[in-house]
Design a protein around this ligand. Structure first.
Ligand code: ZN
Length: 141
């Protein structure tokens, strides 16, 4: 277990990026992982086809919180199409245990050992499934 808690992961857990609420969210979406007790709320502010701002609040284990923090760094300012690509990238990354070819996962690379721990996969994936729900709600899917 301990090699999962790399410095990068702990850094995001202790100093989460984009934690808090937005003043004018377009969409607010909540996600829960009952297996671990992780709870997340994302505020998403869209400007046309761009995710202009993203912020989160919540509580849970280090993996879910760090994954949420990393997600906000990656997705802030991306277009809705790019967000969909990143959701797919993340799924492949978690399934395979390494980044898709030609993709730099950045700090998210710290989560590469997760694929071997099915219970923890749910923690790491929660922010991404929650964001996907928010995106689809915005797009009217
Ligand atoms: Zn968890």
């Amino acid at each position: 277990m301990f090699d999962l808690y790399s410095e990068i992961l702990l850094d995001h857990y202790r100093l989460p990026r984009n934690k808090g609420r937005l003043e004018h969210p377009t969409i607010t979406v909540e996600g829960v992982n009952p297996l671990c007790g992780d709870e997340l709320t994302f505020d998403l502010e869209f400007d046309g086809d761009r995710l202009k701002k993203v912020a989160f609040t919540g509580k849970g284990c280090a993996i879910s919180m760090a994954s949420a923090s990393m997600l906000t760094e990656i997705l802030q300012g991306k277009t809705t199409a790019e967000v969909e690509v990143w959701i797919a990238n993340f799924r492949e990354f978690i399934r395979e245990g390494h980044a898709p070819q030609g993709v730099d996962m950045g700090d998210m690379t710290a989560l590469s050992g997760i694929s071997k721990l099915p219970v923890r996969v749910k923690c790491a994936t929660l922010p991404w499934t929650t964001i996907e729900e928010g995106l689809h709600r915005y797009l009217g899917k």
